[in-house]
Design a protein around this ligand. Structure first.
Ligand code: UFG
Length: 336
């Protein structure tokens, strides 16, 4: 079975490629390198011990994508490639809608043309916006609060409508909570462009001395220590969730929606302290004002994925902190 992985050199995509190959799937990666590096491919090949097919393609270019479908016999698509910075999405809505929606539509049109009917879509917990209560089940209201989240929600609708109209289309919508950590080899991990938006890459860069100070965005939330609580999940667990859902799609048709999270929350201060303890490093931080748009608490109910896919997050917060740091040290020492 061959899986086309769009955005396969990115953070979640690259870890999913490792899981796919270690579970016996063949892979072809397409990536335009707009937010990833070609060296990730070399490091993936080192981890997997084999060469991996790669095509440098922008998904807005339908004809190039069509050629990939002619060149390889594809059984499944996992579609990661998308713009993903929440703040930037508010400033560049048209670029975000154009890129994230048209890419998906091109992928679906190529799939239909080449009779490939099984797709896994990389969605996000941000489709829920600020939840009424936690843990969040898949049945919670969809009301994203930023442009990025709205592109994900619209893509989910496109996929659901396509499956409703063309019954062969089987779709999995995976709503990720907060992926952190890195492959245990330390060879791949999150490699944000410029100043990180997210907590863990900021922590690792402060610990590594690349940045001076982490600002904790608010300590007056209604949480045990006043800082925001999130459902952090090890990226390798998330990657394994994709393999589990492919098995579901192999034998079933329809639309399947799953939260991929651990089902418990950690506060910002708990993450910082776990990181310091596990890695014996200091994270210089200061409390600052709240970040606009942040909610106090967000964590999943992953029971549906647990039950229907037999999938469970196996790594704890210590593993996540240890592996994130190992990757940061590799990236620093090798000037990745
Ligand atoms: N935080 C800080 N300081 C920072 C960065 C983050 O205190 O420098 C805090 C935030 O306020 C929040 C927590 O750390 O309480 C996590 O923030 P992230 O930016 O890492 O993650 P978010 O939960 O805000 O958003 C992430 C992704 C979104 C995705 C969402 C899904 O950025 O793309 O998870 O829940 F949609």
């Amino acid at each position: 079975m061959r899986v086309l992985v769009t955005g396969g050199l990115g953070f979640i995509g690259s870890h999913t490629v490792v899981s796919l190959i270690s579970n016996g799937y063949d892979v072809v990666i397409v990536d335009d390198l707009s937010n990833s590096k070609l060296s990730v491919l070399d490091r993936l090949e080192t981890i997997c011990g084999k060469s991996i097919d790669f095509e440098q393609i922008n998904l807005l270019d339908y004809n190039s994508l069509d050629q990939v479908f002619f060149k390889y016999a594809i059984d499944f698509v996992i579609h990661f490639a998308a713009f993903k910075a929440v703040g930037e999405s508010q400033e560049k809505p048209l670029e975000y809608y154009q890129n994230n929606l048209v890419s998906l539509i091109n992928v679906l049109n190529c799939m239909r043309k080449h009779s490939v009917f099984k797709i896994v879509f990389s969605s996000s917990a941000c489709v829920y916006g600020t939840p009424d209560s936690c843990p969040i089940p898949e049945t919670a209201d969809i009301r994203p609060q930023n442009v990025y989240g709205r592109t994900k929600a619209v893509c989910e609708s496109i996929l659901q409508d396509t499956s409703a109209a063309i019954s062969e289309f089987s779709v999995a919508l995976l709503r990720y909570f907060n992926p952190i950590g890195a492959h245990e080899s330390g060879l791949i991990g999150e490699d944000p462009n410029g100043i990180p938006n997210n907590l863990m890459p900021y922590i690792t860069q402060v610990a590594a001395g690349k940045r001076e100070l982490l600002t904790v965005y608010g300590n007056d939330y209604p949480t045990p220590d006043g800082t925001g609580v999130r459902d952090y999940i090890h990226v390798c667990d998330l990657a394994d969730g994709h393999v589990a859902v492919l098995k579901k799609l192999e034998n079933n048709t329809g639309v399947f929606i799953y939260n991929l999270g651990c089902g418990r929350g950690y506060s910002v201060l708990e993450v910082i302290h776990a990181f310091e303890e596990v890695n014996h490093v200091n994270v210089n931080y200061a409390i600052g004002p709240r970040r606009s748009g942040d909610s106090a608490v967000c964590f999943s109910n992953p029971a549906k994925a647990n039950k229907e896919l037999g999938w469970y997050a196996k790594h704890d917060i210590k593993d996540m902190c240890r592996d994130s740091w190992r990757w940061e040290c590799y990236a620093r020492d090798h000037e990745v």
